[in-house]
Design a binder for this molecule. Structure first.
Ligand code: ATP
Ligand code: MG
Length: 299
């Protein structure tokens, strides 16, 4: 276990060395075989809510999100190069891992927002701005922004919150030319993805990308992309600014955890209880549904 996040020890994978575990994914580097030197990014079935990695897992979540991310990389291939090299991964993690090229990651979470909610909404309410971008008065939770905005965040250590930063801070971290390229790429990719999701009746409210550089300085889209863990997806039919929008995936979990039935007091600081089978099954069905609606493919 690491800290009170309750991240389980990463499984041993033959031919790979473990590098890092986040809330949901485990990162390895292949040390032998055809793909020696490649990174192995494994998506577990872990789910987090209210800043806890829950004791319950959601069966197939890792596989669903891996397929969703791969589908998006494919959709975006003419827009931006991506880091995935192969899905021919060790058998122990088949279907929920990818092999990718190791990049020099930029220390910036590249967030695009087309709608106002979450930390963007909090900043707006406090200052009228998000990441130094001033927005019109009168926006509410869930409002569509006049145009999508680039709202970078600094990458926090595991368990800490990412912190919204100004564009100037990105310039300070990576230089003016790279900052401009990251902003441009982020908004272009968001725009394309938002359009694709909208055609399926899903609002892509916001999303986070991570980019890295090849040794020849080419900027490459990395990490996972456009999954419910890195994005907010809302059913367009239920969108109504002025209230919290139902999230596509975790709403069932959040609603149950904060209901009397769970017996959990969020303010207590205690770990949340395990989820009942019905909540797990319902949540799994939502991930499958999100995948199938977006991609038009059966899971
Ligand atoms: P969190 O659970 O909050 O996301 P985390 O970001 O520390 O925590 P992961 O997202 O599981 O945990 O970690 C994946 C790590 O791999 C990130 O640090 C990410 O920047 C890095 N990464 C992603 N793609 C590449 C790549 N192609 N080359 C090098 N590092 C990469
Ligand atoms: Mg991460």
């Amino acid at each position: 276990m690491s800290g009170d996040l309750n991240i389980p020890d990463a499984p041993v994978i033959e031919g790979a060395e473990h590098l890092h575990s986040g809330k949901v994914r485990d990162l390895y580097r292949m040390v032998s075989g055809e793909h020696a030197g490649r990174l192995l990014m494994v998506a577990s079935d872990r789910i987090s809510a209210y800043d806890f990695v829950l004791d319950s897992t959601i069966p197939d979540k890792g596989a669903i999100l891996t397929r969703m991310s791969l589908w998006w990389f494919d959709q975006l291939a003419s827009t931006v190069p991506h880091h995935v090299v192969s899905t021919d991964v060790p058998a122990a993690v088949a279907g929920r891992a990818v092999l990718c090229e190791e990049l020099a990651m930029f220390p910036v979470e590249c967030v695009a927002r087309g709608y106002l909610t979450g930390s963007g909404l909090l900043d707006y309410r406090a200052t009228g701005e998000v990441c130094g971008i001033s927005l019109p008065a009168g926006l509410e939770d869930g409002s569509r922004l006049p145009a999508p905005i680039f709202t970078p965040a600094s990458k926090a250590a595991v368990g800490d919150h990412d912190e919204n930063v100004s564009y100037d801070a990105v310039v300070g971290a990576v230089g003016a030319e790279t900052a401009a390229a990251l902003r441009e790429l982020t908004l272009t990719i968001y725009g394309r993805a938002e359009e694709i999701a909208r055609e399926q009746g899903i609002i892509l409210a916001d999303t986070k990308f991570e980019f890295g550089a090849r040794s020849d300085t080419t900027i490459v889209l990395a990490d996972e992309v456009l999954t419910p863990d890195s994005s907010r997806f809302w059913p367009a039919a239920e969108w109504e600014p002025g209230r919290a929008q139902a999230s596509y995936d975790k709403q069932i979990v959040r609603d149950w955890l904060t209901s009397a039935e769970s017996g959990w007091d969020r303010a207590s600081g205690d770990r949340p209880p395990a989820l009942p089978e019905s909540v797990i099954a319902h949540t799994r069905a939502r991930y499958v549904e999100a995948y199938e609606i977006l991609t038009g493919e059966k899971f």
